[in-house]
Ligand binder design. Structure first.
Ligand code: SAH
Length: 228
């Protein structure tokens, strides 16, 4: 793709994200995403996170396969989830489901530090290498089961979960700071999933609000008692 066409594709994607945000605004409470988040979306080269044979689709507002039966999320959903946690420059954020590393890269430009947990070793290694190669040294990728979060890096100002779970893993709620926010797709593997915003107030009181229907790959594994 020529530089000119690439820039056109990026601009078209940003326009699409703005239009999507507006049309879902009544549900999400975010009809306009923050300029900071939109700039971060513009700054991360999504084409660097997908295979060479998918380059023509890299800037479409659609999920794409990344191997191992996993996907890089739809850019609008990445932008929305990022906006919903209100990322601040001093924040320490936990991501569950590193996948390609794209969401982690978007977060890396907005917060102080990102800890990201991926259960598939090959994806964790590839994402870590890619993020290092891009000079994003404030992202730390861990090969582990995200149901346990990453206690060593916490507690967190915000948590972004990019795989769907029938229940909100309790360890993640524990690792959220008072005043913290978590976004997580909740629901069964093939059933109705909903993007849920979890807020912990200064007293540690937790509230959940369902925002909009979504379709994520499942959060695999976890304690048997917590399975659907
Ligand atoms: N955030 C990713 C999208 C990831 S798709 C991106 O920007 O590309 C969801 C990811 O969650 C997959 O890579 C999958 O392997 C991972 N995953 C599934 N179950 C998990 C678990 N229990 N712990 C950590 N990661 C998990």
């Amino acid at each position: 793709m020529s530089t000119h066409h690439r820039q056109q594709a990026i601009d078209a994607l940003l326009d699409h994200i703005r239009a999507e945000a507006l049309s879902c605004g009544a549900c999400t409470g975010r009809p306009m995403l923050s300029d900071r988040v939109m700039r971060a979306m513009a700054a991360v080269p999504r084409d660097a996170f997908v295979d060479p044979d998918l380059q023509d689709e890299a800037w479409l507002d659609a999920p794409l396969p990344i191997g191992h039966q996993q996907t890089i999320s739809q850019p609008f959903i990445v932008a929305l989830m990022t906006d919903l946690i209100d990322p601040k420059p001093d924040d320490v954020v936990l991501e569950i489901g590193t996948g390609s590393g794209y969401q982690a890269a978007v977060l890396a430009g907005l917060v102080k530090q990102v800890q990201s947990v991926e259960v598939i070793g090959a994806l964790a290694r590839m994402a870590a290498q890619r993020l290092q190669g891009m000079g994003l040294h404030n992202v730390h990728v861990h090969h582990s089961d995200g149901h346990s979060g990453w206690p060593a890096g916490g507690p967190y100002d915000a948590i972004v979960v990019t795989a769907a779970s029938p229940v909100i893993p309790p360890a993640l709620v524990e690792q959220l700071k008072p005043g913290g926010r978590m976004v997580i797709p909740v629901g069964p593997q093939h059933g109705r999933q909903e993007l849920v915003l979890v807020s912990k107030d200064a007293q540690g009181q937790v509230t959940e609000s369902g925002l909009l229907p979504v379709a994520f790959v499942p959060l695999t594994g976890g304690a048997p008692a917590l399975r659907a």
